[in-house]
Design a protein around this ligand. Structure first.
Ligand code: AMP
Ligand code: ZN
Length: 116
């Protein structure tokens, strides 16, 4: 499979990993949008949240818990952080291997603001 995040999970292309286990890997985003910007991925290739199946429920939970651990290890659990999943075109998903962004280390401002 020609998938950049599968290759990162397999160690076939370099990344700055901060955590990995048999199911999940966490590494620094190559174009950080905040002082802390990590990506949490499953080793299993799931293209997007739209492609997750009921049997992926535990794995999806593991992704969230890995996001929390990554925030704790980065020292931003107390100050707060944002976990984002972009799903599909309108959300701007670029890499079609499901991932969570973990952003923090500064005041991120409001995500949801009333439309003008
Ligand atoms: P998304 O728009 O949610 O699909 O986000 C994909 C993210 O992957 C972007 O924030 C990119 O900066 C990041 N990214 C793409 N290639 C790499 C890479 N080789 N290593 C680390 N992060 C990457
Ligand atoms: Zn993949």
């Amino acid at each position: 499979m020609n998938c950049i995040f599968c290759k990162i999970a397999a160690g076939e292309i370099p990344s700055r990993k901060v955590y990995e286990d048999d199911q999940v890997a966490v590494f620094h985003d190559i174009q950080p949008q905040a002082p802390v910007h990590l990506l949490v991925i499953p080793r299993k290739h799931i293209a997007s949240l739209n492609d997750a199946a009921p049997e992926d429920a535990e794995l999806l939970g593991r992704l969230l818990l890995a996001a929390r651990k990554a925030a704790e290890d980065a020292g931003i659990a107390g100050s707060g952080y944002r976990v984002i999943n972009n799903c599909g075109k309108d959300a701007g998903q670029v890499v079609f291997h499901i991932h969570l962004h973990v952003l923090g280390g500064e005041d991120l401002g409001p995500l949801l603001a009333p439309r003008a």
